[in-house]
Structure formats: structure tokens, C-alpha cells
Design a protein around this ligand. Structure first.
Ligand code: ASP
Length: 318
């Protein structure tokens, strides 16, 4: 699902739906703008750019980090924020979504942040949104999670600014992961050539090589010489059949343990979008160990989401 819907005729960001096809110049603009908001925004947490604007967080799926950081980001830009946790029924599609959108639009909402179990839900909203109403995709099914990719790129860039030299391994359940897809697109846009997906055969999406990645079914060769390891959770809620013999077996073959970490480059970055499953894809010690930037990712989520909202709603000077 590449996208023309998200860029206006003037070349500016209108919605943020996917990393696929997002021009490099816009990606870099978001990261650069996020620098101004990171670490407390040069001492001043509040930037009243969105004063008078209304943001609705519309979450049809569970979320801790994404929802909270979107809320904080909107509040730090002085927007009014409403959080709606909607339980999604798999049978209620199409009209129900549209009705929800139109009902909320009638309350003069400027921006919707949407998470939904169906791939394409954010595009659907963007297609039907009234002119001037912006849609931010906070995760749609297995498809895309663009702000996660942006905060991942932001975090990587702070430690390793030259993306063209990076070797990046994405380890775990790539099949069900919208983060994996969005990260791959973002890394490619920034010039990374050595991107690996490391996973047991049933958890590798068919045709993923076409995105320019190499696939490994064994951890050790997959992690050989890498600068960044992005670990993924086994997304059991999206697994319809038996994808794996057991989580214990997954941990044995693919889990990042202290011993395995010790064999990697001393300056390797360990990343994870969260929520982590301790003892499955990662050991607790490694998740909070010295090579981990997992909590930095969370912190950067606020800055990056502020930058996206400011660019879409904040006008020229944003
Ligand atoms: N939080 C991420 C997402 O919403 C990753 C995950 O849930 O495992 O896609």
C-alpha cells in the first residue's frame, strides 16, 4: 500500500499512514524537527503550536506506549485531547468505521490518531475524512506503524548517524509485525542496504526479500557483524494457527540472551518496540542492559509524535 494520499499537492504531509513511499526529505524533516522536542525540548516542555486544535486518540486495539505518548505529545503542543478506547468486533467494518469517523468529525476534531486490527483502516479513514481533518496511523493490522519506525530511526540516528553503513537485523515474528514492515521501508529510504530478517520459516512473510532484505533462519549468521538488532514480540493475537512448536523453543533458537549479546559488536544497539516478552525474544537483563536503547525509544516516541503533529497541523512555521 504505497501512498499518495498522505502528501498534499503542495508537497506537505497531510496524513501519516505508512513509511512506504514517504519521501526522504519529509522523513528527515520529521526527525530534524523531533530533535527540537527531544530531551524536554531545550528546557521547555510546552510548545503551544496546537492551541485550539482537537486531537482524538481512537484505539480499537490495546496500546500502552503508543497511546500514552501520542497523548503526551498532543498535550505538550497544547492541543485538547480525547482518548477513546473502542473494542473492535471483527464483523464491524466499513459502515461502522465510517459512522464512527463522521460522528466524531461532527465534534470538530482536527486530527485522529487511529489504531485498528484491520490492515488498511487508517487509509480508509483518510479517504473518507473531511478536508482539513488529518489521520495518523498508530498501527493497522500487520500493515504499518509509521510513527514507531520514525522513533526507531530517530533513536538509531542519535547513536549511528550514517545509515548507509549500517547492518540491521530484525529478529522474530516479522510475519505479523507492522513494525518490521515500517522499519524496513524507513531504513531503505535512509540508505541502509544490509537489512536482515531473522526468524523461523513460518514467521517470515512471503516475498519479504522484494523489500530488499536478506532472510536468515538461524540466529548466529543473521546477527553476524550487525550494528542494530530490532527484536519483535511473537504476536499471538494475530496467529490463527500453530506457527511455532513453543515459545520455549523460540527462545532456545532465537532469544537474545546475555551470552549471545556478548558475541555481538561491543557498540551494538538492542531495540524493541515493546511490549517485550521477557524470556521469549529477549532476556530481562538484556532488555534493560547497557546495550539496550528500548527506553530511549519510548522517550523519543513523544518527540517524534510531536514533530508529526506539528508538521501536519502546526502550519508553515511548525
Ligand atoms: N507495539 C507494537 C505494535 O503495536 C509491537 C507489538 O505490539 O508487538 O505493533
Amino acid at each position: 500500500m504505497s501512498d499518495t494520499l498522505q502528501i498534499g499537492r503542495d508537497g506537505r504531509l497531510r496524513h501519516l499512514l505508512t513509511m512506504e513511499g514517504l519521501p526522504r526529505r519529509l522523513l528527515l524533516e520529521i526527525l530534524d524537527q523531533a530533535e527540537g522536542y527531544a530531551d524536554g525540548g531545550h528546557g521547555d516542555k510546552k510548545h503551544p503550536l496546537l492551541h485550539g486544535k482537537t486531537v482524538v486518540n481512537l484505539f480499537f486495539e490495546a496500546s500502552t506506549r503508543t497511546r500514552t505518548t501520542f497523548e503526551l505529545a498532543a498535550k505538550r503542543l497544547a492541543a485538547d485531547v480525547v482518548n477513546l478506547q473502542v473494542s473492535a468486533s471483527s464483523t464491524s467494518k466499513g459502515e461502522t468505521l465510517l459512522d464512527t469517523l463522521k460522528t466524531l468529525e461532527a465534534m470538530q476534531v482536527d486530527l485522529f490518531v487511529i489504531r485498528h486490527e484491520a490492515s488498511g483502516a487508517a487509509h480508509f479513514f483518510a479517504q473518507h475524512a473531511a478536508p482539513g481533518v488529518a489521520i495518523l496511523n498508530a498501527g493497522d493490522g500487520r500493515h504499518a506503524h509509521p510513527t514507531q519506525a520514525l522513533l526507531d530511526m530517530f533513536t538509531i540516528r542519535r547513536h549511528k548517524p550514517d545509515f548507509s553503513k549500517l547492518r540491521v537485523a530484525i529478529v522474530g515474528d516479522a510475519l505479523h509485525s507492522r513494525v518490521a514492515r515500517s522499519d524496513i521501508h524507513a531504513l531503505r529510504t535512509l540508505g541502509t542496504r544490509d537489512i536482515r530478517v531473522v526468524a523461523p520459516r513460518p514467521l517470515v512473510p512471503t516475498g519479504i526479500e522484494q523489500l530488499g532484505v536478506k532472510v536468515f533462519h538461524q540466529l548466529e549468521p543473521g546477527l553476524d557483524g550487525v550494528d542494530v538488532v530490532i527484536l519483535l514480540r511473537l504476536q499471538k493475537e494475530r496467529m490463527l494457527g500453530a506457527f511455532l512448536p513453543s515459545t520455549a523453543e523460540f527462545h532456545r533458537d532465537f532469544g537474545l540472551t546475555r551470552e549471545r549479546l556478548a558475541r555481538l559488536k561491543p557498540d551494538v544497539l538492542i531495540m524493541h518496540p515493546g511490549p517485550i516478552n521477557r524470556g521469549v525474544e529477549i532476556e530481562g537483563d538484556v532488555a534493560y542492559g547497557e546495550r539496550s536503547v528500548i527506553l530511549e525509544q519510548v522517550a523519543h516516541g513523544v518527540a517524534v509524535r510531536m514533530a508529526v503533529m506539528a508538521m501536519i497541523l502546526g502550519g508553515e512555521a511548525a
